[in-house]
Design a protein around this ligand. Structure first.
Ligand SMILES: C[S@@+](CC[C@H](N)C(=O)[O-])C[C@H]1O[C@@H](n2cnc3c(N)ncnc32)[C@H](O)[C@@H]1O
Length: 321
């Protein structure tokens, strides 16, 4: 037996609206608030179609940008990734695409005293690091994945998580405890980067599903993606919009809700808008929110991406022909 108040709180809907739906559909209530398990599927489809439930549940979070049009809704918040995900209703997001700020990689790069990637003291505020880090301990990562799993739609949800080589080796296997890992994608950045040994030219992306039922949209897509890296970006670690577009082309339909809890410069949001999807995201840093807000507003107003003027694709026909 389920309770209407518990369902309303868990899924971010109004109890009143749920009760009206039950009455309209002649679903009997036991002692005014109990729902028999056999009706749960019907209740879930009502929840899925309830507009604004994410907004309702997030009304206490610190929203910094919101846009609502007929095609899409875009909302970004300033928050820690885990605390933000905890505020989202269960079973509410179609697709997570994200690129966390792993602390391991930052620490590793710091060993080079900044020589490898430039002058840290100029780039960020905290202890000379580029940006606030996400503690990539097993315990913290487990919390993060638990929340990703909860908010992602069951059976149809897809998730893409980016990894550098260090974090892939330490955290990648944990993803399997939560999701069905389908691919380890290599993002080939075409041009080599910094490094004391072999010069870095790639990152990894784990693609996984939340249950097994929904496939990607096109079986022609390869698991090596060639998009040029962005040099001298205004926001450190800004990724090409095309990397996120490839994920969205493979895994989203128009109108899907896409979530990125490590927003950075907002490349994933721009990719979502280009594909007529809804977007919800957060970042902990002031700089990220400043930059992504103006980038998203400008794109919505003038269709112009102020941080990435040119396409970074080299064989982009595969993804968007
Ligand atoms: C690798 S960057 C993301 C870059 C982004 N994909 C882009 O294209 O610009 C990681 C981001 O995570 C943010 N971050 C670090 N710790 C965080 C936390 N605990 N919660 C949310 N965001 C965090 C950083 O401020 C940084 O903007």
């Amino acid at each position: 037996m389920y309770n209407t108040l518990d369902i309303a709180q868990e899924y971010g809907i109004e109890e009143r609206a749920l009760k009206s739906y039950l009455i309209e559909n002649k679903i009997p209530l036991v002692q005014d608030s109990g729902i028999n398990e056999k009706y749960f599927q019907a209740v879930l489809s009502f929840i899925e179609n309830t507009d604004n439930r994410i907004e309702q549940k997030l009304n206490k979070a610190h929203e910094t940008f919101k846009y609502n049009s007929e095609q899409n809704k875009i909302s970004i918040y300033q928050d820690d990734a885990i605390s933000f995900l905890e505020k989202l209703p269960s079973n509410s997001v179609d697709l997570i695409v994200t690129d966390p700020a792993y602390s391991g990689m930052n620490n590793k790069l710091q060993l080079g005293k900044g020589r490898i990637v430039g002058n840290y003291s100029e780039k960020g505020k905290e202890k000379g690091k580029w940006f606030g880090e996400f503690e990539d301990s097993e315990e913290n990562y487990t919390k993060f994945l638990t929340e990703c799993k909860r908010v992602l739609k069951k059976s149809t949800g897809h998730i893409y998580i980016m990894f550098d080589s260090y974090s892939l080796l330490s955290l990648g296997s944990i993803v399997r405890q939560y999701f069905d890992v389908k691919n380890l994608i290599t993002w080939d950045k075409v041009n080599i980067g910094m490094g004391h040994y072999f010069r870095r030219r790639h990152e990894y992306i784990i693609f996984a599903t939340n249950g097994n039922t929904r496939k990607i949209k096109n079986r022609k897509f390869p698991d090596v993606w060639r998009f040029k890296r962005i040099h001298n970006s205004e926001y450190p670690t800004q990724k090409p919009v095309e990397v996120f577009q490839a994920m969205i082309h493979a895994s989203a339909e128009e109108g899907f809700t896409i979530c990125d809890p490590f927003l950075g410069s907002g490349s994933s949001a721009i990719a979502a808008i280009k594909n007529n999807c809804n977007f919800i995201g957060c970042d902990i840093s002031d700089k990220s929110l400043d930059i992504s807000k103006s980038r998203i507003s400008e794109y919505l107003k003038n269709n112009k991406d102020i941080l990435q003027k040119n396409s970074m694709g080299v064989d982009d026909n595969i993804f968007w022909e």
